[in-house]
Design a binder for this molecule. Structure first.
Ligand code: C5P
Length: 256
C-alpha cells in the first residue's frame, strides 16, 4: 500500500527553499499531550496551536477524558495521533482499531509484540475505511534499556529486538513504526523511504532526560531518518511551552 504523502514527509525535494523549512518542521513535530484532564490539555493546545499542528493523545489523557477530547482537536483542524499502544488478542485489537478510525485520527499505535496475527487483524479492520489512520507498530519502548530488556526475558539487545519486530511488522503489512533515536537509522535502512518512522525520546541539548533512556536531540533524530518527532515534557513542562516548541522547530528546520 503506498504511503500517503501527508504521512511521509521524510523524502521531499532535496533542497526546499529556506522559508519552507519551518513549515516542513511543523509537519513533523508531534506534541505529546500527556496531561491529566481535557481542560489542561486544551489550554495547552491553545498556547501551542500557532506553532504546532500535530498533537498526541496518549493513555493519561484518554483514560481521563475519553474519546470526547479528540473531537475539539479535529474540529480545530489539528492532526491527532492516538497513542494507546494496543496489545490484546487479534479480535479485540481489530475492534479497537475500527472504533478509533471513526474518531478522525491520523495515526495510532499498537505493540508489535502482539504478533503477526494481531497486526494483520488490525490492518484488516481498516479495509474499506475512508481516510484510515496510519497504523504504527511500537517496537521497544524508549524507556527500556538493556537491563530492562533483560528483565523481561528477551535475551537480546534492544537494537536486535527492534529489528526483529520491525521485520515481523513489515511482513504483516505495517509500514509505520515507533522507535528510539538509536534504532531509527537501521529501521530507515530496513523500510526505505516508504517507512513512517515516529521517534520519541527527543531531548534538546540541556533539557532533563526524565525517565527516557535512549534519547537524541531533535536535529540528530531527523538526520538519522525520523519522519516525525514526538516531544512531550521538553515542551509541556517548559516555563513557556510556545517558546520551547518554537526553539525545537528552529532546530529541526536547520537539520532539514
Ligand atoms: O515527555 P516525553 O518527551 O518523554 O514524552 C514522550 C512521549 O512518547 C510519551 O507520550 C510516551 O508515551 C511516548 N512514547 C515513548 N516511547 C515509545 C512510544 C511512545 O516515549 N516507544
Amino acid at each position: 500500500m503506498p504511503i500517503p504523502e501527508r504521512l511521509n514527509p521524510s523524502f521531499g525535494p532535496a533542497h526546499p527553499p529556506v522559508v519552507d523549512l519551518i513549515e516542513d518542521a511543523r509537519k513533523r513535530l508531534i506534541v505529546a499531550l500527556d496531561m491529566p484532564d481535557a481542560v489542561s490539555a486544551l489550554a495547552l493546545v491553545g498556547q501551542l496551536e500557532k506553532n504546532c499542528q500535530w498533537f498526541k493523545v496518549g493513555l493519561e489523557l484518554f483514560v481521563a477524558a475519553g474519546p470526547a477530547v479528540i473531537e475539539p482537536l479535529v474540529a480545530r483542524g489539528h492532526s491527532v495521533f492516538l497513542d494507546l499502544k494496543l496489545h490484546d488478542i487479534p479480535n479485540t485489537v481489530a475492534g479497537a482499531v475500527h472504533s478509533a478510525a471513526a474518531l478522525g485520527i491520523k495515526m495510532m499505535t499498537l505493540h508489535a509484540a502482539g504478533g503477526p496475527a494481531m497486526l494483520a487483524a488490525a490492518r484488516a479492520a481498516l479495509d474499506g475505511v475512508a481516510d484510515p489512520p496510519e497504523l504504527l507498530a511500537v517496537t521497544v519502548l524508549t524507556s527500556m534499556d538493556q537491563a530492562q530488556v533483560n528483565d523481561v526475558g528477551l535475551g537480546r539487545s534492544p537494537a536486535k529486538q527492534v529489528e526483529l519486530l520491525a521485520r515481523m511488522g513489515m511482513e504483516a503489512g505495517i509500514h509505520g513504526f515507533v522507535c528510539s533515536p538509536q534504532e531509527v537509522a537501521s529501521l530507515r535502512a530496513l523500510t526505505g523511504p516508504e517507512g513512517v518512522l515516529v521517534v520519541p525520546g527527543i531531548r534538546p541539548a540541556g533539557t532533563a532526560i526524565d525517565d527516557q533512556k535512549r534519547i537524541a536531540t531533535p536535529a540528530e533524530a531527523l538526520r538519522l531518518g525520523a519522519s516525525y518527532l514526538v516531544v512531550g515534557r521538553p515542551i509541556t513542562q517548559a516555563p513557556d511551552p510556545a517558546e520551547a516548541a518554537e526553539a525545537i522547530l528552529k532546530e529541526m528546520a536547520e537539520a532539514l
